[in-house]
Design a protein around this ligand. Structure first.
Ligand code: COA
Length: 190
């Protein structure tokens, strides 16, 4: 398994997997299958092109060269909002779940966030009924900061959670143990 940022060459594979996700888990995403199904590949290619300043990119998890997991990283352009970035559109194909791909995708996004000066927190939004995603967020140490009712329509309840620098540092030993991040050298820790 390998995780890397997608490029325009991955547009077709990304769109296939994303449409599969929108059909299979419609309540997990703000986008809908009907609105996305006919989007031209040229638009998708733009969407998966990493922004030069790192503010926008999509991570992909590959198994035997096939794209089987995706996660978008979005940092707002506005100055007052740039300390936070959002993780969105996470999807792992059902046959590849519970193998650590979701974790590995978030790990890559965390490492990316840490590489961008000024990013201090990551926001994650999840449907209250989505037990697997909530378990993953909990494992990452994300803390609930709010709830949005009727967000994607009547009856939809979203939990907004965040991971900030302090939480990341608290979780560091666990992340290192799980292999999300390489152990810090004594020199770096000093
Ligand atoms: C949520 C999702 C991305 C998780 O992907 P995944 O690759 O299976 O996740 P991982 O294997 O990395 O799991 C990491 C941890 O999350 C928790 N977790 C994941 N799936 C779980 C499940 N079905 N039940 C309970 N805990 C679960 C576990 O703590 C797991 O660690 P463990 O396997 O060592 O116990 C995947 O289930 C998915 O694509 N679901 C549909 C779309 C979706 O809900 N997206 C998220 C929108 S917020």
């Amino acid at each position: 398994m390998r995780v890397r940022q997608l490029t325009p060459d991955d547009a077709a594979a990304y769109q296939r997997l994303r449409l599969q996700g929108l059909q299979e888990s419609p309540t997990a995403f703000s986008a809908s299958y009907s609105a996305e199904a006919d989007r031209p590949l040229s638009e998708i290619a733009v969407r998966v092109t990493p922004a030069p300043d790192g503010s926008l990119c999509v991570f992909g998890a590959f198994a035997s060269e096939n794209l089987v997991g995706i996660l978008a990283f979005v940092r707002p352009a506005r100055e007052k909002l740039r300390h936070g970035a959002e993780l969105a559109g996470m999807y792992v194909a059902p046959e590849f779940r519970r193998r650590g791909l979701g974790r590995a995708l978030v790990d890559a996004a965390l490492a990316h966030a840490r590489s961008l000066p000024g990013v201090r927190q990551l926001k994650l939004t999840v449907n209250a009924a989505n037990a697997p995603a909530r378990a993953l967020h909990k494992m990452l140490g994300a803390i609930e900061v709010g709830r949005k009712r009727d967000y994607y329509g009547p009856g939809d309840e979203r939990i907004v959670a965040k991971i900030d620098r302090a939480i990341f540092e608290q979780m560091r030993p666990k992340y290192e143990r799980l292999g999300f991040i390489p152990p810090r050298t004594a020199e770096a820790a000093a």
